[in-house]
Each structure stands twice: as C-alpha cells, then as structure tokens.
Design a binder for this molecule. Sequence first.
Ligand SMILES: NC(=O)c1ccc[n+]([C@@H]2O[C@H](COP(=O)([O-])OP(=O)(O)OC[C@H]3O[C@@H](n4cnc5c(N)ncnc54)[C@H](OP(=O)(O)O)[C@@H]3O)[C@@H](O)[C@H]2O)c1
Length: 445
Amino acid sequence: MTTLPRKESDSQKPLRLGLAGLGTVGVGVMRVLQTNAAMVTHRAGRPIEVVAVSARDRTKERGVNLSNVQWCDDPLDLVLNPDVDVIVELIGGAEGIAHKLVYAALEAEKGVVTANKALIALYGNDLAKLAKQKNIPLLFEAAVAGGIPVIKLIREALVADRLKKVGGILNGTCNYILTNMAKTGRPFQEILSETQKLGYAEADPSTDIDGFDAAHKLAILASLSFGHSVDFSGVFVEGIRDINPIDLKFAQELGYTIKLIGIAQQHEDERIELRVHPALLPSQSNLARVNGVTNAVITDGEFSGRLMLEGAGAGEGPTATAVTADIIDLARGNTVPMWGTDFTKLRPAVTIQREEFVRAYYLRLMVQDKAGVVADITAILRDNQVSLLSLLQRGEKSIENPDFPVPIILVTHKTQESSLLKALEQIRNLDAVLEEPVIIRIDNA
Ligand SMILES: NC(=O)c1ccc[n+]([C@@H]2O[C@H](COP(=O)([O-])OP(=O)(O)OC[C@H]3O[C@@H](n4cnc5c(N)ncnc54)[C@H](OP(=O)(O)O)[C@@H]3O)[C@@H](O)[C@H]2O)c1
C-alpha cells in the first residue's frame, strides 16, 4: 500500500485536500482544521490545507471561513484539480455523486478519506480491490460509530488477536427513541416525531429505524474483524418500528431493557452470524445502560477478551475528529490495507441464515382469556422442541367484553429460530390468538 507522501522531498509539503460536502461533517472538518491548525501541523509533521471544496449551494452561509479555497460546483472537478492530493468525501449515499467521486479519486491515484458507511458497506470489497490495484489508501474511520475510534481499535490495536464477536449499539437515533419510549411509556410514532424535531432523526427516518444504518456499520466491522470479505446481503436486519411500549414495560418487569443491537459473531466452523434487531438485554449489562443517542461498540477477542467503547456515534465534532484523524494519518504516511489485510487473500464469508440462529426469545401473544388457551400454546411449543423458561399472564377478563385480548408473555430457553417459527405458524392459527404474535430475541451481547 502506497503511503502519502511518496517522496522524501514531499514530507514537509502541505497535504492539500479537496473537500466534497459542507454539511454537518464537512463544516466540522473545516472547523477542526482551522481551530487546531498549529497542533494538527505539529502532529501531522506538515501543514494540512483545504485547497478546494464542493457543495450544492455556493451561497449558503456555512459558519466557516472559505475565503481562501477554490469552489467547485461539480465535486468531480476536485479530482481533476492538480492542487488536490487527497479527496475527502463527505456528501454521503452509496450511489450517485459520492460513489462516482470515490471511484474517480482512486482511479486518478488520489488518496481518499470518507465517512460514507453506506458506500463502504455496499462497495467496500470492490473499492478495496481498486485501492490495492492502484496502491492508494482509502480511510473511513468515521463511517462506523462516528467519534468512537473502533476501526483503529480493530485494524490496529487488536491486529494481533482473533476476534470472536463484534458489535453493539450502532444507531443513536434508534437508541434515543427506545430510551425515551421506555422512560415515558409513549408510542413509537409520537417519540419518532419528537426525535425528528430535535434533529436526531432524518425527515425520512427509514434507514435508521428499519435497521439499515446499523447493518451498514455491522458489515464494515465484520469485514475488518474475521479475515473474510463480508457481503452486506448476508446481514439479517429487523428495525424498531413495531416495538410497542407494553413490550418495553414487560421487558423491564422481567429484568431486561430493549435496545437495537448489531452483532457479528464468528462460529467455530468459521461461518459468520450477522444480525441487527431489537433485543432484550439484561438491565444490569453494560450495553443496556447505554442511553440516548450514545453508541457503544464491544469486541470479544481470544487473547484481548472483552472491550467496550462508548461515546458519540454522530454529530459534527465527534465525526469531524475521526475524519481529521484519518487525514493526519495520510499526512504522516501511516496507512494500512483497507480491510486490515491484503484484500486478495480474503475468502468470502459464509453467513448464517436466520433459521439457524440459536437464542432465547420473548414472545407476546394477545389472546382471548378462556380456559385451555395457555395449554394449547404450550403444547405447540413443546411439540416443536421449544422449552419455556417463564410465562406471565396479565390483564383481567372483562365481563362486558369477554373477547377483549389479554397479553401472555412467554420467555423461552435457547432454541433454534426455525423451531420457534414453526411453532408460531401454528400458534397464530389458534382461534383464541387475536393479534400477530410479537417475538423479540434475548441477547447477552
Ligand atoms: N452527520 C453525522 O453525524 C455523521 C456521522 C457519521 C457519518 N456521517 C456520514 O458523513 C457523510 C456526510 O454526512 P452529513 O451529515 O455531513 O451530511 P449533510 O449534512 O447532509 O451534508 C451533505 C453535504 O453534501 C453536499 N452535497 C449533496 N449533494 C451534492 C452534490 N451533488 N454535489 C456537491 N455537494 C453535494 C451538500 O451540499 P449543500 O450543503 O449545498 O446542500 C452538503 O454540504 C455521510 O456519508 C454520512 O453518512 C455523518
């Protein structure tokens, strides 16, 4: 892998950046570089200068000094600009202009720094191939968990260890929504609208709340961790739209907290389990206590044991700090292969399908309160080899409306998900089961 600078004589020259995107993160990077200019120069061993920028609206007031930089309406002009050594891509999106820009930069043999998790999750393997072929660095620390230096942790600090598991709470928007639903008992839609007003959720929140943002990050972590190239399509993804306040309440009663988690785990046969879903975590566990927009990443290694880093997974300052650290690495000439090892030596990961997951499960069934219902349900579970740890029945039969549904909460022992799914097919067909069953996995993360 080529390191920048390439020649001894370059080592004192400024590293010249073309910065594409002047939104939250782009402006943050300008601010960090301007505020900490002397310190950054000192630590990088040479000045770092933004020589050209690109965004959509030239007239927008950005709150940072752009008087000495060239403006490009088209981000691709940054690549053609002979004054630019490195492209910093902070536009976002797996497709479109960000995609074109990163490929064009590598083709033109310019180093790239990006925070674009969607691009790296979906095209990381192809980009690693191109970066290796061109011998050009591509760094992406801010793409996972914003200000938490998890990529450096896995790719550098833990390089000598074999990781068995990696993941955690990877989406601040979901964590904020679930924390507030648990605190207030209010429904998902209401808390989501409030979260949007506070700016913690996008106008179109689906990438976050349907789990895809966390899945992008998990695919990147897995690619770095297990010595296999991971395909994003192998990630099982379930979001938080269907989480109901009553499940948060019952979970609490049972000693659990519900969080959206992303977990990647390598099995002994080397196959990899990749899953993003809401989970009941023991309330006393470290992950369960991570609240609000905070993210937390855990690693579990053969020699290093368990580590957990917690902090801001997004936001201007934390994310810009991570991007700038990558830029300083390039200025120093410190780079490592994109996935931490020679990409051409990575074998494609074999991923485990949902049916093969083995977990304990929380089930909520809304049933007619009549004799024999519990017996019918437990018999179906038994016949499908699903054994029960506990059962709670709540609510009283209404004299006026005997068909009014009452909840039954079941907690299973560890079981294969395929057995549970088969049992549920039969359970949902019982006349006394009045609503779609709710299943939430239990995890000790
Ligand atoms: N925000 C975070 O906390 C965070 C955390 C981790 C990673 N990231 C990643 O960082 C990247 C940037 O996120 P952000 O939050 O800073 O996004 P943002 O605030 O929406 O900013 C996007 C920037 O891209 C510019 N842009 C969009 N289309 C363009 C085009 N066709 N040509 C030129 N410029 C264009 C926009 O220009 P205008 O300003 O003129 O509209 C804007 O300046 C994304 O990949 C995101 O996933 C963000």
